[in-house]
Design a protein. Structure first.
Length: 107
């Protein structure tokens, strides 16, 4: 979802037309579908919980990016989309590093 928030600002910088933006948005939605289908890896009792976590993460990411991206775009002008991607990438990388410490050790 954050991808579709940044796309309009990237349109001119990347010289994309609306058809290409639509295809990129469609590809982005396939990624979300894949994540939702990942709940099949969990036990039957936990599948609803797993799907809820994924759905909640999508909504939380949209909320956070909706708060972070517009100020970045407006403060950096035409190159704001690059800085927005670097910021979102840094947040994602930090979250990935933090998740390494939350995993239960296997015995």
């Amino acid at each position: 979802m954050a991808y579709t928030i940044i796309l309009p600002a990237m349109k001119d910088g990347l010289k994309l037309d609306y058809t290409q933006l639509g295809l990129l948005g469609t590809g982005n939605s396939v990624g979300y579908l894949t994540m939702a289908l990942g709940s099949a890896w969990f036990a039957m009792k936990r599948r609803g919980f797993a799907a809820g976590i994924v759905s909640g993460g999508i909504g939380a990411g949209t909320l956070i990016s909706g708060l972070i991206v517009p100020p970045i775009l407006s403060s950096y002008g035409i190159d704001g989309w690059r800085n927005a991607w670097f910021t979102l990438g840094g947040i994602s990388f930090a979250g990935m590093l933090a998740s390494l410490f939350l995993k239960k050790p296997t015995a």
